[in-house]
Design a protein around this ligand. Structure first.
Ligand SMILES: C[S@@+](CC[C@H](N)C(=O)[O-])C[C@H]1O[C@@H](n2cnc3c(N)ncnc32)[C@H](O)[C@@H]1O
Length: 234
């Protein structure tokens, strides 16, 4: 039933996910994913509650010997994997201070601190204006909350994108940050507002291609996870 949910039902599912995080991790914890163990700090998106991190982490075509930018790195699983799988340089940004700290912890835990730079940034804001990337990826905060929604903690930024403003900026500004031949990727899922994403993509002059997708059951509902590649229509 989940894939046909209305916006209100998707919002409620997002609220339940926020509550689940608050209940499950009150102190620093550990989890296993992609054959490794990871630290998780309270208030950071947990890759154990949904399948998104592991799926995107496996599917992403990491730019070998290139520079990978992860927007919204959370606990840092994907950024650390990018370094372990052969990216020469990784920049991991997150708008949440505690997520930046968590990514830094896991980069140190897996010995890739020299190749994973962590930075607190609202999307591309804190990046040097002239730095360019071979691939940019965001496992996005897909649920669109009702109009007037106000964030009450940092974790909510991992689940909700009010007015789809962060998606809009990712699609409008992302292509400017790519090196020649670079690719822009979005990790999306069926709890998101695909119609709003399509509208933004059209307005940005981009086309969306499905790189990989899979359906997973989460509690009583099904979610389809989609790795999208966004390319300029020339
Ligand atoms: C769905 S979580 C994914 C976390 C991690 N990449 C993973 O796959 O486990 C989305 C992440 O995006 C971050 N985020 C949300 N809005 C952002 C923004 N405007 N700029 C940077 N990061 C943002 C959140 O703090 C959160 O860590």
């Amino acid at each position: 039933m989940g894939m046909g949910m209305g916006l209100q039902e998707k919002y409620k599912t997002g609220q339940r996910l926020v509550e689940l995080h608050a209940r499950a991790v009150a102190a620093p914890a550990e989890f296993d994913l992609m054959h490794l163990s990871w630290d998780l700090l309270p208030g950071v998106f947990s890759p154990s509650h949904t399948a998104s991190t592991a799926l995107f982490g496996e599917w992403l075509p990491y730019p070998l010997a290139g520079h990978f930018l992860e927007v919204g790195s959370g606990a840092g699983v994907i950024s650390v994997n990018a370094a372990l799988r052969g990216c020469a340089q990784v920049t991991a940004v997150d708008v949440s201070e505690v997520a930046v700290r968590n990514t830094r912890m896991n980069a140190a835990r897996h010995g890739v601190t020299k190749r994973v730079r962590t930075l607190k940034s609202d999307l591309f804001d804190a990046l040097e204006p002239d730095v360019r990337f071979d691939a940019i990826f965001w496992n996005s905060s897909v649920i669109e909350p009702p109009a007037g929604f106000v964030y009450s903690n940092e974790l909510e930024r991992a689940i909700f994108d009010s007015g789809y403003r962060a998606h809009e900026r990712f699609l409008l500004d992302g292509p400017e940050r790519l090196a020649r031949g670079g690719r822009l990727y979005l990790g999306f899922n069926s709890l998101g507002n695909f119609a709003a994403l399509q509208e933004i993509s059209d307005r940005a002059g981009l086309k969306m291609d499905l790189v990989a997708h899979a359906t997973r059951t989460s509690g009583s509902y099904e979610v389809e996870f989609q790795l999208l590649a966004l390319t300029r229509v020339s």
